[in-house]
Design a protein around this ligand. Sequence first.
Ligand code: ADP
Ligand code: SF4
Ligand code: MG
Length: 370
Amino acid sequence: MRASSGRRPSMTVNGATPVGATTPEEVAFAQEVQRGEPILEVRDLRKHFPLTKGVLFKKQVGAVKAVDGVSFDLMQGETLGIVGESGCGKSTLAKVLMNLEPATTGSVKYKGEEISRLSGAGLKAVRRNIQMVFQDPYTSLNPRMTVGDIIGEPFEIHPEVAPKGDRRKAVQDLLDVVGLNPEYINRYPHQFSGGQRQRIGIARGLALKPEVIICDEPVSALDVSVQAQVINLLESLQGEFNLSYMFIAHDLSIVRHISDRVGVMYLGRMVEIGTDLEIYDHATHPYTQALLSAVPVPDPTARESRDRIVLTGDVPSPANPPSGCRFRTRCWKAQEKCEREDPALTVREWLEGRARHDSACHFAGERENV
Ligand SMILES: Nc1ncnc2c1ncn2[C@@H]1O[C@H](COP(=O)(O)OP(=O)(O)O)[C@@H](O)[C@H]1O
Ligand code: SF4
Ligand SMILES: [Mg+2]
C-alpha cells in the first residue's frame, strides 16, 4: 500500500510553484505530476434519467439528475479517489465515462479526443483503453463460464488486440499477474472466494492492456482482511502497467490509502477536489468536513477531543435538488446567499497553504477543533 506521505503531488495552476509542496521530494513529485497530461478531461458532464408517467403514453414529468455538472481531469498514472454518500451519482459517473450510459450533455475527452463524437472503430478503441472493475465479485462474473472464458472474453470482442498465438497461455499469464494459480483456468466462479473473484475481475479488466481502470467500490463487498490484499494488488499493477485509476468508494480511509487526489461528490456534483493531504487534513467544504468527522478514530484521546459534525435531515432527492447550494438544507454554515447562488467549484482567494484548492462553498474555510 502507498504510505500516505509527503510524496503526494500538489496540483498547481499554469505550472507555477506547487501549492503546498514543502519538502524537495514533494516539490519533485508535484512537478512530475504536472508534466503528465490529462488522460481524461471531463467538463460539465450531466446524466439525467427521465421520470415518466402513464403506461401507454409515457409522458416525461421530470428527471433524476444523477450527475449534474461535473468537471475534473484524470492525469496519466494517477489515482483519483471519488467519495460521497450512496446515491450521490458515483456509479452513474463511472458508467457515463465508460460509455455504458450516454451522457445527457457535457464533454468527456480521452487523450484530447471527444468520446461522445466517436463511433465504430474509434469508439471501440477507446472502450478497450478504459476498463472497469465492479463492486460485486459475486454477480459480475457469469457463473456458467469458466475463469478462462471470463478472462479471455475481451479477446473475442477485440480480436485486433488479442494475442496472436496461444490465448490460453495469455489467460494463464493474467491469472499469474493477479496472484491466482494458472492451473485454475478451468474452474468456475463459485469455486473461488470473494477476494479471488475480485482478482478474476481485475484480470479480465487487464486483458486488453487498458490505460485507465475505473474501479467502482471494488472492495466494498469484501471482508476487511481481504480488502487490503486487493488494494495492494491494484497498487502494484498500477506501477507495472502504468495505469491511471479512478477509484470510487464510500469508505474514506480506503480512498486515502490509494489516492493521489480525491474528489468529493454530493447530489450529482463535485463539491471539493484536491490532493489527499489537502482533502483529509485541510478540507474546506462543510460536507467534506462532516464526512471526515464521521470517520472512526482509533486513538481514544483524539476521539474525545474531536468535534463530530452530525448532519441533520435527509439527502434531498436528485429529481428536485435545492436551489443555490445543494448542500444548504443540511449545512450548519448556510446563509441567505447559499439559497440564491450556486457556488462554483473554485479556489477562494482568502484561503492559504493546503486549504487553497477547489471547493464549491461561498464560505469555504478550514475547521477548527479537528
Ligand atoms: N437507470 C437509472 N434510472 C433512474 N435513476 C437512476 C438510474 N441509475 C441511477 N439512478 C439514480 O441516480 C442517483 C445516483 O445513483 P448512483 O449513480 O448509483 O449513486 P452512487 O453510486 O453514488 O450510490 C440515485 O438517485 C439513483 O436512484
Ligand atoms: S455554500 Fe453555503 S450552504 Fe453551501 S456548503 Fe457553503 S456555507 Fe454551506
Ligand atoms: Mg454506486
